[in-house]
Design a binder for this molecule. Structure first.
Ligand code: UP5
Ligand code: MG
Length: 300
């Protein structure tokens, strides 16, 4: 039976893998049966006895012990994988090279705390600079609401609790969306703002290794108090399950403990463009444009 993740593996994506991807995808079910059958029949199983002086019956205890041992090992491995939490059973396709080359595709990660203004500023950049905006949160919410999604309940719980959805799901959704966009552009070069991702180190490493290395991180820096004010205000009308005081508190905790290390990691590589996000949206946008121009040139 196909693994649930295969539903996220769009038909187009499978076709599109060929240019950059070297190894066909494998999913967790495949990982569940790594045990190889014992090598072909042993020489002593058939044919003339090479040591006619020895009694062939003497090897039977040895064979019985080997079979018992192998059987126990298989049972142990199976029980371990069955006990693994769902996200550990969802393994993303293993790839040796990224799907997209940075020569063809520009990726900017857009990070900042909850309510820092990532979505607001991305919309401005899309309008003026023809980026494609992919919000990881929006993609997850759409997948959550998609009829028949195997991950709907899981995503719902993670978002409500401000936790980070297992990366395999998010990386796959992003890759599918990028593929779709590039196919529509018919050979055009892609420019993507990946908003609200990566929020955990393993996501960052996985995306850069298997999807596309990013140019840099655009980081909106905003104090918690201001972000809280904005989110509570938005919560009056947004309908978002995580725009309430309890969820916001959890989102802040996850941001500080798990997502800031990602910003620090890229900063350590000189790959962060920081914008102070406390002023009005227009002022923040002005500073964003200036910073991006300084980094990418006038007509980025
Ligand atoms: N606003 C914006 N700028 C303003 C300004 N300068 N002055 C005054 N007001 C300003 O803005 C938020 C509100 O503030 C709006 O009302 C806006 O008008 C106003 P917005 O632009 O929406 O901010 P943004 O940073 O995008 O806030 P958002 O709530 O979207 O951030 P989150 O990062 O929390 O949300 P996201 O959708 O990315 O993720 C939600 C959840 O999805 C996560 O908590 C997590 O559970 C899950 N998730 C994953 O598990 N993995 C992922 O990779 C991504 C998400
Ligand atoms: Mg947003």
């Amino acid at each position: 039976m196909a693994h649930p993740l295969s539903r996220l593996l769009s038909r187009r994506m499978c076709q599109q893998w060929t240019p950059f991807q070297k190894t066909p995808g494998s999913v967790s079910r495949a990982l569940r049966s790594p045990i190889q059958k014992p090598a072909g029949r042993r020489a002593y199983a058939t044919g003339p006895n090479p040591n006619p002086g020895q009694n062939p019956l003497k090897i039977w205890p040895f064979i019985a012990i080997t079979l018992l041992g192998t059987g126990s090992y298989i049972l142990m491995v199976r029980s371990r994988t069955d006990m693994a939490p769902p996200h550990e059973q969802i393994a993303a396709p293993k790839k040796s090279t990224p799907t997209f080359s940075p020569a063809d595709v520009t990726v900017l990660f857009v990070l900042g705390g909850p309510g820092a203004g990532k979505g607001t500023q991305c919309a401005n950049l899309v309008r003026d600079y023809h980026f494609t905006h992919l919000s990881a949160g929006d993609l997850l919410r759409a997948e959550q609401d998609r009829e028949g999604s195997e991950f709907g309940t899981l995503i719902k719980e993670y978002i409500r609790d401000g936790k980070i959805v297992p990366m395999e799901v998010t990386v796959q959704l992003l890759e599918n969306a990028m593929t779709e966009t590039l196919e529509k552009s018919q050979g055009g070069k892609g420019k993507f703002l990946i908003d609200g991702f990566p929020r955990q180190m393993d996501q960052a490493l996985k995306f850069e290794e298997s999807v596309c290395p990013a140019r840099f991180v655009l980081f909106f820096d905003c104090p918690e108090q201001e972000m809280q004010r904005r989110l509570l205000d938005r919560g009056k009308t947004s309908g978002r399950s995580d725009d309430n005081a309890e969820s916001i508190k959890k989102r802040f905790k996850t941001f500080v403990e798990t997502s800031m290390p990602v910003v620090d990691y890229f900063d350590g590589q000189g790959r962060v463009v920081k914008v102070v996000a406390t002023k009005t949206p227009e002022q923040v946008y002005q500073e964003t444009k200036e910073r991006l121009e300084a980094k990418l040139g006038k007509n980025f």
